[in-house]
Structures are given as C-alpha cells and as structure tokens.
Write a protein that binds this ligand. Sequence first.
Ligand code: TPP
Ligand code: MG
Length: 668
Amino acid sequence: MTKHDPKTAASEKDMANALRALAMDAVQKANSGHPGMPMGMADVAAVLFNRFVTIDPANPHWADRDRFVLSAGHGSMLLYGINHLLGYADMPIEELKRFRQLGSRTAGHPEYGHADGIETTTGPLGQGIATAVGMALAERMMAARFGAGLVDHYTYVIAGDGCLQEGISHEAIDLAGHLKLSRLIVLWDDNHISIDGPTSLSTSMDQKMRFRAAGWDVQAIDGHDIDAIGAAIEKAKKTKKPSLIACRTLIGKGAPNLQGSEKTHGAPLGAEEIAATRANIGWNHEPFFVPQNIYDAWHKVAGRGAAARAEWERRLASSPKRTRFEAAVSGEVPASVARGLAAFRKEHVGKATKVATRKASEMALGVINGATTLTVGGSADLTHSNLTVTKGLERVAPGRYKGRYIHYGIREHGMAAAMNGIALHGGFIPYGGTFMVFSDYARGAMRLSALMGKRVVYVMTHDSIGLGEDGPTHQPIEHLAMLRATPNMTVLRPADIIETAEAWEIALNNNDGPTVLVLSRQNLPMLRDRHEKDNRSARGAYVLRETNGARDVTILATGSEVEIAKAASDRLLANHGVKAAVVSMPSWELFMAQDEAYRAKVLGKAPRIAIEAAARMGWDRWLGENGAFIGMNSFGASAPASDLYKHFGITAEAAADAALRLTGKAGK
Ligand SMILES: Cc1ncc(C[n+]2csc(CCOP(=O)(O)OP(=O)(O)O)c2C)c(N)n1
Ligand SMILES: [Mg+2]
C-alpha cells in the first residue's frame, strides 16, 4: 500500500486506514475488543459514508437522516471510529481511549443512548439487521404519510456471518423481501471467518441464493475494491427490492501476519503486529493520532449532511404537513386518548361488561386507534386470537405503506425486533401480539426493547392454563417470572375490562421502556363497582376489597385469578367469619415504584396469600415469611379451562383453606 501523504487531500483508502488504526489502537489499549471486523470492513465503511450516508452529527436526531446500523456489534470500534472522525461532539478521541471502560460512551458493544449516532443497541448477533427492517419499514410508512419532501432516507446495515447465521435473520429478511423495503441496504462482511475458525466449519449456506429467494437484490463484490463498493451501493439504492451486497473481505485487513485469521476476531493484535500493520498500511503516526487532512475528509461528509438537513428544514418550514409531522415525530400521545379511555371505563363499569381481557384490549384499542394515528399494530399470525386489529385499520402491504396494521407472519422474534426498529425510527408507537408462551421466541428482541428503554407494547394473550385445551405447550408458566425479572420491563396483567383500559393507557404513556400486556383468553367478570377518575392500575396494586374491621388475611392476585380471590374472600366471611382483603396487583414494577407507606397499606399486616396461575418464583417477596401461594408447580395440561383450574388446585376453596390454615382457624 502507498504511504499516506498528509499534504494532499485524503483518499478513501486514507479514510479507511484511520478506522483501522483507531480500532487496533483502542482494542490494544483496552486489552479487550474486536479489531478484525473494523479492519476488514474499513474500506466499505469509508466509501459508504464518504459517498452515501446523509447525516448531520450536529443534529443527530434529525428525522430524515439515513440510519446506519452496525449489526455486527462486536465491531463497535468501527462505529466509534466513524463517529469520532465525523465530529460527533460526544465522541472525542478521549472516548476512544476509554474504550470498554466503566462510564465511557464506548461500551464493549454499541449501546443506544450512550452516544449520538448509535441508532440501536447491537451485540446479540442478528438483532441489528432485524431491527433495521423495522426502521426501513417505518421510513416507508412515514414517507407514505408525509411525502418524499419530508421523508426520504436509507437504512444501511453492516452485518457479519454471525448475523446471517442467526435464525432471526431468516425472519427479518423474509419480511423485508416480502414488503419490498427497497431502502434497506445490507453490507455483508463476507470474510468466511467467525470465532471458531472458517465458517465452513459450520455452514454450507449459499447466502446469496437465500436472500434472492427472499426477494432481495443481491450483488457480490471485493470488499476492498473502492470503486466496486461505490458502484454496488449506487446500484443498490436504485433497485425496488432490499439489497444485499456480499463484500468479500479479509478479517483484520492490514495486519500482515494475522489478516484472514480468526485470531483477529476478538483479541488485541499485540504490539508487534500493530507495528507491522502501521508499516504495512503506511500509517506513520502515534496511537490515536489522525492527520488533519483525514479529519477534513470525514468532516466533509458531515458538512454534506448538514447542508442536506438545512435544505430539509426549509422544506419542513413551508410544508402544510409540518404540524402533523412534528406531532408524529414527537411521539406524544394526544389528550384525546386519555379522554376516550376514561369515557370507555365509565361506560363499561356501568354496563358491568364481562369479556376476556384480550377482548377488552381490542375494545380499548378501538378507542385508542380512533383517537391517535401514532399506533401501528400487528401480530405474528394470531390477529384473530390476539385481537390486535381494530375497525378501519388498513394493512401494510408490499409497496403500500399507508396502512397501520402489519401482518408480521409467524415470526415472533422478527416482529419484536422490527417493533424496536419502528420505535427507534420514530413517528409511531408499535404494538404487536402473540401468545404469551411464545414470548420465549421473541425474547432476544424484547430484552433489547428493555435495555434500550424503547416504547414497544407487547400484547401477549392466552396468558395461563386458562387457555384450556391447547395444552401445556401453549400454557405459559415461567414467563411472568422471566418478564418481571427483566429490568425496565413493565408487565401488566389486568383483571377485567377496566384494568385493561388502564393498562393500555399506562403502556402508551410509558415512553421509557416496553410494556407487556398479559391478557386472558377466557372471559372475566367486572371487578370494579364504580367509575373512578384515577387510573388505579397505575399504582401497580391496590385494595380492591377492604375488610370491615381489621384484616385476618390479605389475598393478592393478578389477572384472571382476582376473580378467584374475591370468591375466596366471600367464602371466608360467609362460612368462617374470616375477614379477607383482596388486592389486585396488575403490575409488580409499578407497585415497587410506590412509596413505602402506600405499599405497606396495600399489603397490610395480616398474613398473605397470593393466587396466580403461574410459577411461584418472585411471589415470596410479597408474601413475607409466612405466606401461602396458590399457583402452578408444573407444566399445565390439555383440558377445558375450568377442569384445569380444579385439577391444579387454583380455586376459591383452596385459597380459603390456605387462609384458614394461615390464620389458625382451620377446622373451627
Ligand atoms: C446471539 C449471539 N451469539 C453469540 C455471540 C458471540 N459472538 C460474538 S461475535 C461471534 C462470531 C461472529 O462471527 P462474524 O459475524 O463472522 O464476525 P467476524 O468474526 O467476521 O468479525 C460470536 C459467536 C453473540 N454476540 N451473539
Ligand atoms: Mg465473519
């Protein structure tokens, strides 16, 4: 390679070498990280940004910016290097020197929210490409509403062999191909290497054929040939399909003795090899030093973006759609939603409406979807079970993006990741349904919704053995515990139509994280006896029935089991004179956030029983030392729901018996 000349304008090869040097130096300094991928994809990244990506680092949230997703998140130094060179104010060279250290913005893998220009959290392979599908879809949906004058951008992804091997990629590329997301361009780091060695150890897949079969445009290039990279991206931008560009690269390119080897994947190159690399690529500089003419070249990219943004601002200023556009991008739920839901609650308390909470959810959604256009629904092929579509909600179809309902197909993981992408893109509040038990299949992306703190609403129906005959494969047991154990995830299991409407209101206003609505298949009675202005579920738990005089026992329950708690309380009073308060506890997280005094008042001093048709794990926190739990200790079974509740001993009789034992009144 030719030596870099600091007096002339920097070439794209120079721009790429800066990325290589920063990656190898930062990994060396941290004594941890992945230099191979950034070095291998440096040429692709340099051309991609230099010629194509339109972003304005001074306005990192500009709505019409191109999105760049580093799906191969282990190559995080590539992204940090790019963002530093572009001139993001929060990515000075000091941050690169603090790569992977506590409190730095340069975490091991790119973390959304840690620094500007990180569009999504990546690291779990495959998540990036699947999230990008949601971003690219949101772009088309926004463009359909507001026109190309306001929405006209691309979503670029760098993905590795790992991203394409992961199962989630199958769901994602199928959905993207079907929906003809032509502005999605994936640059595949086709380096034939992963951690264990050559990819031939574990795959014979013809990825190009796989993508073609899914409806993608596919090209293959030498990922170190600057002109080929430019021409391929140029062509990809013009096709009417999503694009895969297989970029044949050498992992660790530039390191003379290690390039092409898995040894560069996830370990520092070492001082000797770094010195050899410097000589090999003509990089005669101290660690972390970048010559000004290379900064200048990268800053030109930022300048091009700033000019584009300024022009866009002018278009926005004179657009008749401006107010609507800004309202959508703000993501603020209009007040009409709360008003509509309050009227809905009042109406149904009056009518004592008895429906399954999944049905209640559909009814509440009717109000919500009528009052705001922010919501976009969907289901993983269970629309008429999850009850996620409402009247007049048109479907999103290939080439037709005006609709608000997405048939995600039987792709729970892909759906969850796409919803993350939609939420990250902005302009919409995504919600999507599946059976609660299949939250397992969506888990990887659900965890990222929580980690990133994005507003995604999971509509999880068929929430217990109460679904009946479909049997134990379909009956969630451990899922509530798993979801509740996930930080920043708000789980709500409403007990009737009123709590369901309250849960929806909470979910829409929860702008800092995902909400899971856990909904019954079976009908549930009305539990409230009067309309209240306050959203009682917002406190997480509340006393649904207080005792007349001191409590003998307190029964805690969620969802479909609150009805059982009430019946147990009736029984205890009528047959034994035992006073049992009933606490409905739709959300542990929200209850935990209440002050100590409120919690103490709700929980009371009397012994406690909890009823939930799920695993016990976690309940002891609320039960205290001497509590009793009525729930599931095993998988479920296939039978009508009422038989199952009896079979597994989740009944008012069992709860009353437990209360008598706890209060020492058994046998009296
Ligand atoms: C879901 C998931 N599984 C496993 C890992 C651990 N992991 C990180 S990188 C990697 C290999 C990736 O190979 P490739 O994408 O080809 O990256 P390259 O070695 O070419 O940089 C693995 C298995 C991960 N990050 N995510
Ligand atoms: Mg690889």
